[in-house]
Each structure stands twice: as structure tokens, then as C-alpha cells.
Design a protein around this ligand. Structure first.
Ligand SMILES: *Cc1c(COP(=O)(O)O)cnc(C)c1O
Length: 420
């Protein structure tokens, strides 16, 4: 064994020995990242189409975020939200500037699942109701409250009655009749992803979203979009919500928020992942009417809105705006999907997605292909349901790197024999 090999083996051993054991660990140790690349402790370079599950939209170690973080750690790192802070104030203004009109209040927290918990509490106080509608195949996070909205039984079943499922109805994603049947006068909110990620990369269709908007309005329920994975340019718009705008809409400046026939603008959105360029952060953003109904002290978090995350988030959102990153996601995503569709392999059932949130559904289990991509081709990809290979690269990925990933994928489609 060489020195580096034994060091890697030792590090793997430490993780295996001391980690709780809940994760299925890969057999590599990643030590460094830059833009769309990461390197392991043996110096091997990978194209990263995992991007921290869609966190690294603006690239690993984005220079703007790095500079902002370095400055902020030397200035002030922690501060509770009862004490106003310069970076927090500026971040809030910057965030609201990119949100769909009508969403103008922000509850800051530290992760996606916390954003879901906040959405739940704000929906309850805003409506005086406590029942929810979520979607089959939906994913909403792993804390007990968010878990109740997560469909996949294997995530919920080990915890039995502790998961608050009695108050959650699951409708079929894309099925208007099923949605209509699930929403009642007791529904506080319908919560769903505009494109299901974990559920296999499934975009919602416009008619379904419009129906969701219309029915929730009729029944006095809120419509909340989980944009934790789809937000911040991933799908070719700043938020996937914008795919459901009425084409007649005059745009954000004069948007009349849901007033136009067919507009599916939500009452709230949960955000996290890419919002601070890699630093942990989460938020529930909502209308003023929803925020006003929460009593003072009704919710809170110690780390939420900390100056470090705020400085990182400010730099990240400014980078996205300056680079028009949503346009890059749209153009690169279309290019990527076109190339994937051109792979002449009978193993591919469907290539689908939006922007750089891409799923390739195979006719067989995807795991061996994901493993071969990593092992043989140094490309990191992600599973989404047993049959789907998911690509969520940093949006700063180059066209040349996309070409390399597609070439690698077509090679593993040839080389892997699933029957052994
Ligand atoms: C990642 C994710 C979550 C959970 O976010 P965490 O930060 O992991 O708690 C919730 N909803 C969706 C759609 C996600 O992709």
C-alpha cells in the first residue's frame, strides 16, 4: 500500500467506526472541491453531478462566497434574531427581491427540514386548521413534522405513531381528481414540490398546478411549494414556481399575484440547499397575511439568520443575479438532456427534467450504473427511486464537462451487465 492509500483507508475506517451508521457510505474520501469538480484524498478528480444534493449551484468554493465568508468570520459569526444585524437586513432585502411578488416575509432557519416545520406551523396559525395534503412520491425532509409529508413509507415506518400522519392526506401528483378529493374545509395547506426530486425527477404539469391554486383558494387552504431542491436557478428559473406563471403576466414588477386566471403562484415557499452557496441555511417565505397571524414567540431558532449564513447567502444570490444563472441552467440543461436522449441505448426508458435537474429512468435498477460512473469514470451521480439516475451538477458546469459526463454515461450503459 502506498502512503496515500493507507491514509484513505484509515479515514474510511474512522467514518465507518464512529458515524451513527444511518448513511450508506461510498468508498472514497472527498477532500476538496472547485466549481463542478471534487477531488478525493488520493488526488483523483471527479465531475460532481451530486453537488451536495443540489446545494452547490454556484459551484464548490465559489470565490464570491469564499470572500464573504472569510470577511464575516473575522467580523461576527453568531447573533440571535432578536438582535438586528447588518448582513441579515441586507440578505432579507436581497432574498425578497428575487421572490415571486406577494412573498415578502421570511422566517430564517438552518435546513430544508426546518423550513418545512416552519411552513407547517405558519400554515396552522394562518388558517386555524391542522390538516395537510401532500403528494405521493413527495419528499419533504426527515424531522418528525416534515416526515409526515414525505411519502416513501421506508422513511416513515420505523417511527410508527410518532410521525404525525393522521393529519396528512397523500394525493396523486398530477391527478386533479385525487387532489380535489383530498382537500377539505379542514385543510390548512397543500404542500408539494413543483418538480419532485427524490420521487424520480417528475415535473408537475401546468394544469395540475393551476387546479391546485384554484381548489386551495376555494377551500380556504394555503398552497405551499417546497422549492428546497428546485429553487435558486436549478430548473432554469430563479424558482420553479415561475414555470407556472400565466404567459400574459406582466412580470414580477407588476405581478398581481394569483389574480390572473391560471396563475399558480403559491402563498409560501420553503427554501434551503443552494441559498447560501454551501453554508447551511433554510427559510420559509410567505405572504404578509400569513406572517401576521403567527403570535410573537410562536416560533424561533438559535442559529437561524446567523451573520455567517447571511453573508454567504447575500454573496450567493448576488452571484446568481449577476451571472443570470437561471439562463445558464436552462441552456445547459437542454443541451445535457438532448445529448442524453441521443445515447443509443435500449436500457434508457426516459430522460426527463427541467434545467439542470435531470433524471434518466432506466429499464433496470440504476444503482450499478451510478456505482460504475463513480468507480470507472470518476463521475458522481445520484439515485432517485430505484430506476432513476439523477444528475444535479453545479450550474457553473462547463459544456465540455457535460460532454464528458454523457460520454461516461454511455460507456457504462454499454459495460455494466446488471445480471452479473
Ligand atoms: C433536501 C430536501 C428537503 C430536506 O432538506 P434538508 O436540508 O436535507 O433537511 C426537503 N424537501 C426537498 C424537496 C428536498 O430536496
Amino acid at each position: 500500500m502506498t502512503v496515500t492509500q493507507s491514509k484513505t483507508a484509515h479515514l474510511l475506517h474512522l467514518e465507518q467506526t464512529y458515524d451513527s451508521g444511518v448513511y450508506n457510505k461510498h468508498q472514497i474520501v472527498i477532500a476538496k472541491g472547485k466549481d463542478a469538480l471534487v477531488w478525493d484524498t488520493d488526488g483523483r478528480e471527479y465531475i460532481d453531478c451530486v453537488a451536495g444534493y443540489g446545494v452547490a449551484n454556484i459551484g464548490h468554493s465559489n470565490p464570491d462566497v469564499v470572500a464573504a465568508v472569510i470577511e464575516q468570520v473575522q467580523t461576527l459569526m453568531c447573533l440571535p434574531q432578536t438582535l438586528p444585524n447588518d448582513k441579515r437586513a441586507e440578505f432579507l432585502e436581497e432574498l425578497v427581491s428575487v421572490l415571486p411578488k406577494g412573498l415578502e416575509r421570511v422566517f430564517l432557519c438552518n435546513s430544508g427540514t426546518e423550513a418545512m416545520e416552519a411552513a407547517k406551523k405558519f400554515a396552522i396559525t394562518a388558517t386555524g386548521r391542522s390538516k395537510f395534503v401532500s403528494m405521493k412520491r413527495g419528499f419533504a425532509g426527515r424531522t418528525l413534522g416534515a416526515l409526515a409529508f414525505t411519502w416513501e413509507p421506508k422513511y416513515r415506518e420505523p417511527f410508527g405513531d410518532a410521525v404525525d400522519n393522521a393529519n396528512v392526506q397523500f394525493a396523486s401528483y398530477g391527478d386533479i381528481a385525487s387532489l380535489e378529493a383530498a382537500i377539505t374545509e379542514e385543510t390548512a395547506a397543500v404542500i408539494m414540490e413543483p418538480i419532485q426530486g427524490e420521487g424520480g425527477v417528475r415535473p408537475a404539469d401546468l394544469e395540475f398546478m393551476r387546479a391546485a391554486r384554484r381548489i386551495t383558494k376555494e377551500k380556504g387552504a394555503l398552497l405551499i411549494f417546497d422549492e428546497i431542491q428546485t429553487g435558486f436557478c436549478r430548473t432554469g428559473k430563479m424558482f420553479a414556481t415561475e414555470h407556472f406563471c400565466n404567459p400574459e403576466c406582466p412580470g414580477k414588477e407588476t405581478c398581481v399575484f394569483g389574480a390572473l386566471e391560471g396563475c399558480a403562484a403559491p402563498d409560501g415557499m420553503t427554501l434551503a440547499k443552494a441559498m447560501a452557496g454551501g453554508v447551511p441555511i433554510g427559510a420559509f417565505v410567505m405572504s404578509k397575511e400569513i406572517a401576521d397571524k403567527m403570535p410573537k414567540g410562536g416560533h424561533g431558532t438559535t442559529f437561524g439568520g446567523n451573520p455567517l449564513a447571511m453573508a454567504a447567502g447575500l454573496a450567493a444570490i448576488r452571484f446568481m443575479k449577476r451571472e443570470k444563472l437561471w439562463e445558464q441552467a436552462e441552456a445547459k440543461g437542454n443541451y445535457f438532456m438532448e445529448k442524453l436522449r441521443a445515447i443509443p441505448s435500449s436500457k434508457i426508458r426516459e430522460v426527463r427534467g427541467r434545467g439542470l435537474m435531470i433524471g434518466v429512468e432506466l429499464k433496470e435498477k440504476s444503482a450499478p450504473y451510478i456505482h460504475a460512473l463513480e468507480h470507472d469514470e470518476a463521475v458522481l451521480s445520484l439515485q432517485a427511486t430505484p430506476l432513476v439516475v439523477r444528475f444535479l451538477p453545479p450550474i457553473v458546469i462547463s459544456y465540455e464537462q457535460i460532454d464528458q459526463v454523457v460520454a461516461a454515461f454511455s460507456r457504462v450503459l454499454e459495460s455494466v451487465n446488471p445480471k452479473g
